[in-house]
Design a protein around this ligand. Structure first.
Ligand SMILES: Cc1cc2nc3c(=O)[nH]c(=O)nc-3n(C[C@H](O)[C@H](O)[C@H](O)COP(=O)(O)O)c2cc1C
Length: 193
């Protein structure tokens, strides 16, 4: 079925969304490369939202992955409450995508080793090598730890893995918007925007 005034067949919508997500992991200029990840804060501090880089998007398993410092508050938050939400906005596409996810935090194992092998050569390696945890109060005198190619260096990279439970897609048009709910089981429901 072709949805009114929208050039996407209903059955093509999920593949198209995953294609854009996969592109975003490769293309630094793709708006969906830097979604907002919202978690439940600890101890009643309320929701916590922050920008992250989307590193991996697997259409076959509806899985997203993000790298972070294992000591960052978002890790403790996701361990305490795995349900979280991503919000992606693309000005080019005029699309918002909200993904409800269930999270797993990996601080060791194959996923982490593969991610570190990739990251340690990059400019972002220093993000995972700081002596103090993210969010610590920093004295300007503190030396910053240099990144190194030494494979034995102690890093703090964690892989956050998210199974997408449902997606809420909103396409803004001139006067007529489109909205759909999609699930990994193949459900697609067109919603009033
Ligand atoms: C464009 C951009 C990309 C970012 N990417 C990441 C990322 O991939 N992983 C990450 O942990 N923090 C990333 N950050 C920093 C987070 O937004 C946040 O400030 C930090 O992780 C601390 O979050 P927390 O205290 O809620 O754990 C990014 C920030 C910006 C502005």
């Amino acid at each position: 079925m072709l949805n009114n005034n929208l050039d996407i067949l209903t059955e093509d919508l999920a593949p198209r969304l995953w294609k854009e997500l996969a592109r975003a992991t490769q293309d630094r200029h793709h708006d969906w490369r830097t979604p907002v990840l919202a978690t439940q804060g600890l101890a009643g501090i309320g929701p916590q939202a922050r920008t992250v880089v989307l590193r991996q998007a697997e259409a076959a398993t509806w899985t997203l992955r993000v790298y972070t410092d294992a000591r960052s508050p978002k890790c403790s938050e996701l361990i305490a409450e795995p349900l979280a939400q991503f919000s992606f906005w693309s000005k080019r596409l005029n699309w918002q995508l909200r993904a409800a996810v269930s999270s797993s935090v990996y601080t060791e194992g194959d996923l982490v080793n593969a991610a570190w092998d990739h990251m340690r050569q990059s400019r972002s390696a220093a993000d995972y090598l700081s002596a103090l945890p993210p969010g610590s109060i920093q004295s300007s005198q503190l030396p910053t730890q240099e990144s190194s190619n030494d494979s034995l260096i102690r890093h703090h990279l964690a892989v956050l893995e998210f199974k997408v439970l449902a997606m809420d897609w909103l396409a803004l048009g001139q006067g007529n918007h489109h909205r759909a709910k999609l699930t990994p089981a193949g459900l697609i429901e067109w919603l009033v925007p």
